[in-house]
Design a protein around this ligand. Structure first.
Ligand code: GLN
Length: 456
C-alpha cells in the first residue's frame, strides 16, 4: 500500500531519491514468514520506513543529495540501518536532502527540491525535507533523519510531523555520511510521539564502531511516552521558556500558537518561568564556523578516487591534483563549496584562534547557559522554527537569511542535548504547521517523550 501511495504522490512531492520496490516487498514477505512460523517479533516488525540518503545502505544508492556520490552503493549498512532491518522494519527507499545535509529547505539537493505536502509551492524544511515530507504525505509512517543543526526538527515542524534529535552519542553515527562530526546525530521522524519513541528504542545503544558512542543503558522511550498519557502527567512539571528563542523576528502566528500552548500547559498544572540564555545570541555565528570547519575536513575524502564520480580536466595534464579539482568542481554544489571555503579559511594558520577558537569558547558558554537553566527547570520550550514553511526561492540568494532560520535548533546541537519537535497547530495567517521544540538535559531523552506525549 505504501509503495502504491508513493507511486501516486511522489511525482508531486519528490520525497524519494530511490524507491526500493522489490526489496521492500521481499523484506515484508520475510517478516510475514517469520510471523507465520511463530517468531516473537518486535513492535515495529513489518512497518515500512524511509531512510535519509545520508545513511549508507548496502542495497541502495547513497548520495547524500550530491552529484559527487551519484550511483555509489556502499559495501555496508550504517549501524542504524542494520538495526532497523534487524527489528523487522521495511526500508522503502532513500529520501531527498540538501547536499551533504547543508541547508534548511532541501533546495540545495543536487537532484531537485522536495515539495511540502501541505503546499507544493513551499519548502519541506531541510536538510531532511525528504524524510519529513514522506511521513507527512503518508508515503511512510516512519523515517530516519540526521540532525546537525536542526535537520530533523525543523523539517518535522514545517510538515506537521514529530522529529527527535537524540543526545549526542546516544545513536550510532557509523555509516552516516559525516557533515560535522561533533554535532551530527541520527534520529526518528514520525507522525506521533509514541511512534518516534518506538523507533528511538530500536536506534539507541552503544556501537563500538563509533568512537563517540555512549555506553549508557537507555530506558525505554516507548514506556516514557506511555507515562505521559496518564492524567496529571503535566502537574508540577517545571518549564522554562527561552527568552532569546521566542521574540522579535518570529512570525506572529508562530508566537500565537506557542503562547496558546503555554497557556494550555499552565491550565494542565505545569509551572512556567522565563529563562534567559544570553550566549544563544552567538549560537548561529559559532555554529557557522564550527560546522564548515569540520565539514571541510570531512569532505576532503571525496577525492575522485575512492567514492563516486571522476571528472577529468578539459585540457592539460592528468595529474591527481587536477583530476581531484575537476571532480570536486563538477561534483559539489554552490552551498557545499561555500562552506568548504568558509571552513578552510576559519582553520587557516593565523585565523584559527580568532574564528574556530572563539567559536569553541561560545560553545562552552552555551553549554553553561543550558546547565544553569536545567538547574531550575525540567524542560525548555521554544518554537521549533521562527517561521512556517517559506516559498521556494525565498532565501536561496541570501545565505544569511537561510542560516538565521536555524536559530532555534542550533543551541541543542552545540550543547549535545536532546531535542524534539512536535506539532502545535497551524499558523492562523497561512494555515501551515507550527512546531513546538522541547529540550531536556543530556541523556534525559526519555523526558522528551513523557512531556511530548502529554502535550500531543
Ligand atoms: N540548516 C542547518 C545547516 O544548514 C542544519 C543542517 C543539519 O542539521 N544537517 O547547517
Amino acid at each position: 500500500a505504501h509503495l502504491d501511495h508513493i507511486a501516486a504522490v511522489d511525482t508531486d512531492v519528490h520525497a524519494f531519491l530511490h524507491v526500493a520496490g522489490a526489496s521492500a516487498l521481499a523484506a515484508a514477505a520475510a517478516v510475514d514468514a517469520q510471523r507465520a512460523a511463530g517468531a516473537v517479533l518486535g513492535p515495529l516488525a513489518g512497518v515500512p520506513i524511509a531512510i535519509k540518503d545520508v545513511l549508507a545502505t548496502r542495497d541502495m544508492p547513497s548520495t547524500a543529495g550530491s552529484k559527487i556520490l551519484e550511483g555509489w552503493i556502499p559495501p555496508y549498512d550504517a549501524t542504524v540501518v542494520r538495526l532497523v532491518r534487524e527489528a523487522g522494519l521495511i526500508p522503502l527507499g532513500k529520501t531527498n536532502m540538501d547536499e551533504f545535509a547543508m541547508g534548511s529547505s532541501t533546495e540545495f539537493s543536487a537532484y531537485g527540491p522536495t515539495h511540502n505536502p501541505w503546499d507544493l509551492d513551499r519548502i519541506p524544511g531541510g536538510s531532511g525535507g525528504g524524510s519529513a515530507a514522506a511521513v507527512s504525505a503518508f508515503e511512510a509512517p516512519l523515517a530516519l533523519g540526521s540532525d546537525t543543526g536542526g535537520s530533523i526538527r525543523q523539517p518535522a515542524a514545517v510538515t506537521g510531523s514529530v522529529g527527535v534529535k537524540p543526545t549526542y552519542g546516544g545513536v550510532s553515527r557509523y555509516g552516516a555520511i559525516a557533515l560535522a562530526s561533533s554535532l551530527d546525530q541520527v534520529g526518528p521522524v514520525s507522525r506521533t510521539v509514541y511512534d518516534a519513541a518506538l523507533l528511538h528504542d530500536v536506534l539507541s545503544g552503544h556501537d563500538p564502531l563509533d568512537s563517540t558512542s555512549l555506553t549508557d543503558r537507555w530506558p525505554s522511550m516507548a514506556a516514557a511516552a506511555i507515562a505521559g498519557r496518564v492524567d496529571g502527567a503535566l502537574t508540577g512539571v517545571r518549564i522554562g521558556v527561552v527568552k532569546e528563542l521566542s521574540g522579535p523576528g518570529f512570525q506572529p502566528g508562530v508566537l500565537q500558537r506557542f503562547n496558546e500552548t503555554l497557556a494550555m500547559l499552565v491550565a494542565a498544572g505545569a509551572e512556567i518561568e522565563e529563562v534567559s540564555a544570553p550566549s544563544f545570541e552567538y549560537a548561529v555565528a559559532a555554529y557557522y564556523l564550527i560546522l564548515p570547519a569540520e565539514a571541510s575536513s570531512n569532505l576532503a575524502r571525496f577525492d575522485s578516487v575512492r567514492f563516486g564520480i571522476r571528472v577529468d580536466p578539459e585540457e592539460g595534464p592528468l595529474t591527481s591534483e587536477r583530476v581531484m579539482a575537476a571532480t570536486r568542481d563538477a561534483g559539489f554544489g554552490p552551498e557545499v563549496k561555500r562552506r568548504i571555503i568558509l571552513g578552510t579559511y576559519a582553520l587557516s594558520a593565523g585565523y584559527y584562534d580568532a574564528y574556530y577558537g572563539s567559536a569553541q569558547k561560545v560553545r562552552t558558554l552555551i553549554q553553561r547557559d543550558f546547565d544553569a537553566a536545567f538547574e531550575k527547570v525540567d524542560v525548555l520550550l521554544s518554537p521549533s522554527a521562527p517561521t512556517t514553511a517559506f516559498k521556494f526561492g525565498e532565501k536561496m540568494d541570501d545565505p544569511m537569511a537561510m542560516y538565521l532560520n536555524d536559530v532555534t535548533t542550533i543551541p541543542a546541537n552545540l550543547a549535545g542535548i536532546p531535542g524534539m519537535s512536535l506539532p502545535m497547530g497551524l499558523a492562523p495567517e497561512d494555515g501551515l504547521p507550527v512546531g513546538l521544540q522541547v529540550m531536556a538535559p543530556a541523556k534525559q531523552d526519555a523526558r522528551l517523550y513523557t512531556f511530548g506525549a502529554a502535550v500531543e
